[in-house]
Write a protein that binds this ligand. Structure first.
Ligand code: FAD
Length: 494
């Protein structure tokens, strides 16, 4: 059946918008269906980590900038970030990335930048389009929207925690029930802190204040009374709207002052339900972002991991649509679900552990926090591992066959003879980085890959870098036959 749209993305949150932008960059015809009438003005997420900015570098604006450049110009870089609001912070300033900082930027700004980009590219983002179901067969998907039907070859469910796509695909969403209800508010303070502040006291609770670039502040925390609850108690607490008086009282109790709280633009509550989709794909239907995993919003990770899902999915789905995907990336060891489900499982462990550190309001909890904070302050492996995880720079994908230790790891922004790797990546092709001084691979004209001359790195002769910036293969000897075979294995249907 001829179809003008190749992919429908259900959900115009950060994950859906980025998925659409990356598919479009790969030449795929895509549309976004979003149930809300307009762009969201409220922000859940406030933190963007280095790896997400690296991913956004692949998207170009009309004036030659990258979306990462645009976001950095709109946000506020912080040199360090917290783990479970511990007093000692994880230092990002020494990380090997063009973005060695945490970017404080409201989710609404990120969504606006992505939506503007899609508008300029002519990609439809249809507001007021609520997906209510779909059917699929060998030809494609038929998505029901406000009583009408939209057709495409594939559907990506980026429709958030209560995903209709997940439900209609019959995909289970197992996990652990909530025990905690946190408060979240965006406020103005007459006496705001000059930088991010975290407060914790085992008799009083926890509160954090994050100044936003626009003068507003994000305030979040947990009171002692709102922890250790049954799921029923959580439901009851969440059904009671948060009031500004509660926020003021919590601030006074935990920090000693309400910091001159004046205006409020958003009040919400957040729980620690932790769930992960049992499958990320059902034939022509994929899940990404909160539709695939939810957890306690600790350390600012959900949106970041979801956007990294999008980066993993988009190039593979584009290759599948364009008939150039090897089975390895469709249903083999490098398939979307095989690579991303373990990341969400680690995300669940990480956020449950942070939840315990955040909300164990006992002397034992205080002792555990002291111990963990001390380990972070000491530097070394604990601090490095946590920073590598939270920044996203340390995530890697196990290679199908054990080879060079760099295989499966993210490529740093390596220097090329002209430019650098991250600014040379494209969603629809691989990079073959040639590190040999005599350009031993320069004569290759591979289909689906660009050969680039790189400056010497890690004793390699060549590295095959995936469109999402991970090293597919690495060689120390100038093995022309091995390089050709790898190019064939990764970039053609076979
Ligand atoms: C208080 C709080 C603070 C947070 N802070 C951070 C942070 O600092 N950093 C971070 O990385 N993460 C953070 N998170 C998590 C982050 O907000 C989410 O992980 C992120 O919003 C997920 O993006 P998404 O696009 O997958 O889903 P969503 O943002 O939920 O977007 C889904 C979209 O789909 C639409 N939709 C839903 N159903 C349908 C339907 N049937 N048809 C069409 N459209 C539909 C919705 O209207 C919505 O626009 C925080 C979360 C909370 C609650």
């Amino acid at each position: 059946m001829p179809m003008s749209t190749e992919v429908i993305v259900a959900g115009g949150g950060p994950v859906g918008l980025l998925t659409a932008a990356l598919l479009d960059a790969a030449g795929v015809r895509v549309e976004v269906l979003e149930s809300k009438a307009g762009q969201s003005e409220h922000s859940k997420a406030a933190a963007m980590h280095p790896r997400t900015l690296e991913i956004l570098t692949v998207l170009r604006t009309d004036d030659g900038r990258r979306l990462s450049d645009v976001l950095v110009s709109l946000g506020r870089p912080e040199p360090a970030t917290h783990f479970a609001a511990l007093p000692d912070l994880l230092d990002y300033s020494g990380l090997d990335t063009p973005y060695p900082f945490l970017l404080v930027i409201p989710q609404a700004t990120t969504e606006r930048v992505l939506a503007d980009h899609l508008r300029r590219r002519g990609v439809p983002v249809r507001h007021g389009h609520e997906v209510t179901g779909f059917t699929q067969d060998d030809d494609g998907v038929r998505v029901t929207v406000n009583g009408g039907v939209h057709e495409a070859r594939y559907l990506v469910g980026a429709d958030g925690a209560r995903s209709v796509v997940r439900r209609e695909a019959g995909i289970d969403f197992p996990g652990t029930p909530p025990t905690t209800v946190g408060f979240v508010a965006d406020v103005t303070l007459a006496d705001p802190p000059d930088r991010v502040r975290h407060y914790w006291d085992h008799r009083r609770g926890q509160a954090s204040i994050i100044p936003f670039p626009d003068g507003w502040c994000r305030v979040f925390g947990t009171t002692v009374e709102d922890t250790g609850l049954t799921p029923e108690q959580v439901r009851t607490r969440q059904s009671q709207a948060l009031t500004v008086e509660e926020v003021r009282a919590a601030l006074r109790r935990v920090t000693g002052t309400d910091h001159g709280l004046c205006e409020v633009r958003w009040l919400s509550k957040a729980g620690d339900t932790t769930r992960q989709a049992a499958r990320y794909r059902s034939d022509r239907v994929f899940l990404a972002g909160d539709a695939a995993h939810v957890h306690f919003p600790a350390g600012g990770q959900g949106m970041n991991i979801g956007m990294q899902d999008a980066a993993n999915l988009a190039w593979k789905l584009a290759a599948e649509i364009q008939g150039r995907a090897p089975s390895m990336i469709v249903d083999g060891p490098a398939a979307y679900e095989r690579e991303r489900a373990p990341v969400a499982a680690r995300l669940a462990t990480n956020t449950l552990a942070q939840g315990a550190l955040f909300t164990t309001f006992t002397p034992a909890g205080a002792a555990l926090r002291d111990l963990m904070s001390g380990l972070i302050a000491k530097g070394g492996d604990t601090a490095d591992d946590l920073a590598a995880w939270l920044s996203g720079l340390g995530h890697s994908y196990p290679p199908a066959v054990p080879g060079h230790p760099l295989e499966g790891r993210r490529a740093p922004d390596l220097a090329l003879a002209a430019g650098s790797v991250h600014r040379r990546l494209a969603v629809d092709r691989f990079l073959l980085a040639d590190f040999t001084p005599d350009a031993a691979f320069g004569h290759l004209r591979p289909h689906g890959a660009e050969v680039v001359q790189a400056l010497p790195w890690s004793g390699l002769s060549a590295a095959l870098i995936r469109p999402d910036g991970y090293i597919a293969r690495a060689w120390t000897a100038p093995d022309a036959a091995g390089v050709s075979a790898a190019l064939e294995a990764w970039t053609s249907r076979g």
